[in-house]
Design a protein around this ligand. Structure first.
Ligand SMILES: Cc1cc2nc3c(=O)[nH]c(=O)nc-3n(C[C@H](O)[C@H](O)[C@H](O)COP(=O)(O)OP(=O)(O)OC[C@H]3O[C@@H](n4cnc5c(N)ncnc54)[C@H](O)[C@@H]3O)c2cc1C
Length: 285
C-alpha cells in the first residue's frame, strides 16, 4: 500500500504543523488560557478559530462546497496527527470530537440540501455544537448496543422518548443532538436514530461526569429523557437503521481518535526526550 501523501495534503499538513507550533502551543504556558476542565478557554479559542478559517485550515473533513477542505481519510489521518500535538489543537480547526464525527455522519445520511442547511451547516460553520447520544448506564447499551433500553414510541407524527444516556461528549452546550433509541424488539432492526434540538423540553442533563485529563467543551454528561418529542421528519435513515447509523458514525471515529492520540503521544515523547537530555542528577547528565 502506498502511504505517500499528495503534494496538496502535505501542504495542508505542514501548514497545520506550523500553525500549531506558532499559535496554539504557546497558549499552553498561561493558566488563563485554560477553562475549568483543562481545555482551551472559549475566549482564547474564538480568535484562533477566526485565524484558522482565514487560512483555509477549517473543518478539513467536510466537502469544499460546505466550507471544508474535503481531504478524505488519508488527509485527515495526516492532518489530525499534527493538530493534536496540542490538546487545544483539534477544536481550533473544528476537527474535535464529537462535532467531527457528527459532521461526517450528517453529511452522509441527511437526504436533502435543505436538511443539511438546518442541521449540518451550523456545526461546520462553528455556530453550534453537537452531541451523539448512544451509551447508557447499566444494564443498558454500551459495547453491546443491542442492550439499549431508551425507547422512542411513535405517537402519530412524533416519537416520544424515555430513558437515560451517559458519557455523552459535548452535551453541555450542544444544540444539535443525534440520539439512538429502541423502537422495537427486533434483534437487528430494533434501534432507530433521530436528530433533536437541545432547546426542546423533555430532555435534561443530570450531571457532568468527570474524566482524567482535559475535557472536550461540554464535558461527558448523563442525560435523562422524560417525554422528549421528536417529529418523524427528524428521523435519520429508516426505522430500524439505528445500528447502521452507529457504524457509520463510529467507524471513521476510530481512525480520527487514534490519529489525535498519536499526535499527542509523539509530542509527549519529544517533551520527555528534551527533559532527559537536559536533566542533571548524581553529577551526570
Ligand atoms: C471519554 C469518553 C467519551 C465518550 N463519549 C461518548 C459519546 O459521545 N456518546 C456515546 O454514546 N458514548 C460515549 N462514550 C461511551 C463509550 O462509547 C462506551 O464507554 C463504550 O461503548 C463501552 O461501553 P461501556 O462503557 O458500557 O462498557 P461495557 O460494555 O460495560 O464494557 C466494559 C469492558 O468489557 C469489555 N467487554 C464487553 N463485552 C465483552 C465480551 N462479551 N467479551 C469480552 N469483553 C467484553 C469491553 O471491551 C470493555 O473493555 C464515551 C466514553 C468515554 C470514556
Amino acid at each position: 500500500m502506498d502511504f505517500t501523501l499528495t503534494p496538496e495534503i502535505e501542504d495542508i499538513r505542514m501548514r497545520i504543523r506550523d500553525f500549531v507550533a506558532e499559535h496554539v502551543i504557546p497558549l499552553e504556558c498561561h493558566p488563563g488560557n485554560f477553562d475549568h476542565h483543562g481545555m482551551i478557554s472559549e475566549a482564547a479559542l474564538a480568535g484562533l478559530r477566526i485565524k484558522a478559517k482565514a487560512e483555509g485550515l477549517w473543518a478539513l473533513q467536510t466537502p469544499t462546497e460546505h466550507g471544508g477542505a474535503g481531504v478524505g481519510f488519508v488527509g485527515m489521518a495526516a492532518c489530525y496527527e499534527e493538530m493534536a500535538r496540542s490538546p487545544f489543537g483539534p477544536v481550533v480547526f473544528n476537527s474535535a470530537p464529537p462535532d467531527d464525527g457528527n459532521m461526517m455522519l450528517l453529511e452522509k445520511v441527511l437526504p436533502t440540501a435543505e436538511l443539511k442547511d438546518i442541521w449540518l451547516q451550523p456545526i461546520i460553520d462553528g455556530k453550534v455544537r453537537s452531541a451523539f447520544a448512544m451509551t447508557e448506564p447499566m444494564p443498558g447499551g454500551g459495547s453491546d448496543p443491542s442492550a439499549m433500553l431508551t425507547t422512542a414510541v411513535r405517537k402519530g407524527d412524533v416519537w416520544v422518548v424515555h430513558g437515560r444516556k451517559w458519557f455523552i461528549t459535548g452535551a453541555e452546550g450542544a444544540k444539535h443532538v443525534v440520539l439512538v433509541a429502541r423502537t422495537s424488539n427486533d434483534q437487528r432492526k430494533g434501534l432507530t436514530a433521530f436528530l433533536y434540538n437541545a432547546d426542546q423540553p423533555g430532555a435534561h442533563i443530570e450531571r457532568r461526569i468527570p474524566i482524567m485529563g482535559p475535557e472536550e467543551h461540554g464535558g461527558h454528561c448523563e442525560i435523562v429523557y422524560d417525554g422528549l418529542e421528536i417529529p418523524d421528519e427528524n428521523r435519520l435513515l429508516e426505522v430500524g437503521d439505528g445500528l447502521k447509523i452507529t457504524q457509520i458514525r463510529l467507524g471513521p471515529a476510530r481512525l480520527t481518535h487514534c490519529m489525535r492520540w498519536l499526535g499527542m503521544a509523539k509530542r509527549a515523547l519529544e517533551i520527555a526526550g528534551e527533559y532527559v537530555r537536559e536533566r542533571q542528577s548524581f553529577g551526570a547528565s
